[in-house]
Design a protein around this ligand. Structure first.
Ligand SMILES: NC(=O)c1ccc[n+]([C@@H]2O[C@H](COP(=O)([O-])OP(=O)(O)OC[C@H]3O[C@@H](n4cnc5c(N)ncnc54)[C@H](O)[C@@H]3O)[C@@H](O)[C@H]2O)c1
Length: 353
């Protein structure tokens, strides 16, 4: 029996992945861990738990005693770690929780996987560890230097270095590291760009666009991300560092996941407003940009395409429209969140850092 442990299961991608596995791989047993940060909501996974499809443990991944007990009690065989503090704006105001979850937490969970022994440990990271790209520069790859420049990305990059160290120091472990572009889709906490734009308009508020809005992002539908991770997590092949990995990081089992859908934030806002049938000029306000905001990043999924036969299925315009539709149809999920959340958007003209 294969038992999958999903860390960060109550977040956007982790909860989508749990639902995806439940739908497509019903024979798997699913165990989820999450400490339910202020950016996650239990109602996102409650239906799965109530249906008996997911066993949920509320715990910090740094609580190795509880995590170890969970691995043992449920005979966990494969692990996927989504657990991270993930909002760039919040990381500027208070970087410490980001370091604890994204760097130390990454190591603590790996250490439990090493001590207890699992078949595979997949660590989810981000395009942002590579830093900012010059206009027109080729996509980043696993061989690119880690050059994160924001507190969120630096904490994730620290996690990456720890994962790489485990890959090379403990060759018996089967570890995979992934980087994905910006995800969009249902169940994303309404402080992130796309759900913030949609829920603002649905509440009669304007969309705040940071600076000129020409920051470019590499957009990936969360369902495409889940299909890529399913292959990496469940593939029967083994993932190991190659013999020359010490001087060539391209020989590490690192997979970049992208749909090659690179557009500006302003273009995303245009697509959302068009899906909601609202005139652009009436619903957009340019506001002070976030400090140290990355202008552009792009990765290339050629390795996962060629080695695992993964291809994205979503088409940005059509699937973003579907996403907008989801938030229109699921106010019952996001209204209580926006009503109870202290701050979903940040006024960088007024904030002191
Ligand atoms: N959203 C994106 O566009 C994107 C893109 C690429 C990579 N990623 C990565 O994917 C992962 C998931 O991202 P997301 O968008 O779902 O984030 P999210 O913030 O929606 O979810 C993260 C979840 O992890 C939990 N968590 C955080 N620290 C924890 C800890 N110490 N112990 C237990 N639980 C903890 C939170 O409570 C939350 O439920 C992150 O590692 C992120 O860096 C996200």
């Amino acid at each position: 029996m294969t038992t999958i442990l999903i860390a960060g299961v109550a977040g956007f991608i982790g909860s989508n992945f749990a639902r995806y596995l439940h739908r497509h791989r019903p024979s798997l047993r699913l165990v989820g861990i999450d400490y339910l940060s202020s950016a996650s909501v239990y109602s996102t996974i409650a239906p799965l738990v109530e249906a008996g499809a997911l066993h949920f443990v509320k715990a910090d991944i740094n609580d190795t005693e509880t995590v170890t007990r969970t691995y043992r009690e449920h005979s966990v065989t494969r692990v996927v770690n989504f657990a991270a503090e993930s909002h760039n704006d919040r990381a500027i105001l208070d970087p410490t929780p980001f370091m604890l979850s994204n760097a130390l937490g990454a190591q603590q969970l790996l250490e439990v996987s090493r001590k207890v022994g699992v078949e595979r440990h997949v660590h989810i990271s981000t395009i942002e560890v590579y830093g900012e790209q010059a206009p027109g520069a080729p996509p980043f790859s696993a061989a690119s230097p880690l050059a994160a420049k924001t507190p969120y990305a630096a904490a994730k990059a620290a996690g990456d270095l720890i994962v790489r160290a485990y890959m090379q120091t403990y060759p018996d472990m089967d570890i995979v590291l992934t980087h994905a572009g910006n995800n969009y889709g249902p169940w994303q906490f309404p402080e992130k760009l796309i759900p913030l734009c949609i829920t603002n308009v649905l509440r009669g508020r304007k969309i705040p666009v940071y600076g000129d809005g020409l920051q470019e992002r590499d957009w990936l539908h969360v369902e495409d991300h889940c299909r890529a991770l399913e292959r990496l997590l469940l593939s029967s092949r083994s993932f190991k560092a190659g013999p020359g990995a010490a001087i060539d990081p391209a020989q590490l089992p690192i997979y970049d996941i992208s749909a090659r859908s690179v557009v500006s934030n302003l273009q995303i806002v245009r697509l959302i407003l068009s899906a909601l049938n609202r005139p652009f000029n009436d619903w957009v306000e340019h506001v002070t940009d976030r400090p140290n905001h990355d202008r552009r990043y792009v990765i290339d999924p050629v390795r996962i395409e060629s080695e695992l036969g993964w291809q994205p299925e979503a088409v940005l315009e059509a699937d973003l429209e579907q996403t907008v539709r989801w938030y229109v149809d699921n106010e019952a999920w996001w209204q209580p969140i926006v009503a109870s959340s202290r701050r979903l958007q940040f006024d960088w003209a007024a904030l002191k850092i």
